[in-house]
Design a protein around this ligand. Sequence first.
Ligand SMILES: [Zn+2]
Length: 284
Amino acid sequence: MINYLLSLGLLLVGLTSLNAQARPDQPVVLASVHPLALVAASIVPNERLKVLVPPGMTPHDFSLRPSDIDLIQSADIIVWSGVDNEPYLRGFAKRWPEKIWLNAADFRTPGMTSDPHLWFAPELVKQLQARLAGYLKQDAAPFARSVDEALKKSDEQLSGLQSRGFFVFHRAYDHWVNALQLNQLGAFTLSPEHRPGLRTLRQMRKQLERGDVVCVFSEPEFSPALVNRLTDGLDIGRGELDPLAMHIALDQDGYANMLVDMAKQAKQCLSATLSVESEPKVAE
Ligand SMILES: [Zn+2]
């Protein structure tokens, strides 16, 4: 009996160390949303990286499905935005405290806008990624450099356009707007599930008619009908921004690619009416 117990004990020790060998260098990382996965993808291989909120859904009204619970359970590190922004993860953070819950909101700095789309705050994202790199014993410097380069490129792209006013579809881009010092003049709605009120729309239409706003961004998940109606008959640049950057591939450069892509979109939209204005009208 003692022998049996001993060998069982040895077997268990063996199994545990096998387990320990397979896991620590290559933990499974779960990002709550795609843009946070873009950040993690800088140092986490795709086969070790999962995303919770699937394409076509927004974190604003997300609720967990049974399969998501397995996803959370199998993760070692969860990159998320905290209970205030992602209440659907509250219970799990309590239930599995042994997992690493890497909360982007912990990297907020005083005076920062309260916009919950923290992945658009490049400086915060660098801190977040550095913490993740620490857990994974990897170098954070290449990512920080790539973010700085993407911001520099964005500044160059948008040079001369920073003061041009624009509307966004939902209030998701404040951090990015601040980082690049752009002139956002309003949003149709705070959260995409809520339709804007008539008063807001009337006010926005007035602003558009006054010419303060040269560009309006819609979002791929929502019908542009509302934006079309609002800009009807006016010469306004139109562009699209995706708050979840779903079209950006999950790879090492994904986050920087997202920033560069946004600047490209913004440049196109903000300069759309410029080219019309600068062309001589007499030729027509
Ligand atoms: Zn949002």
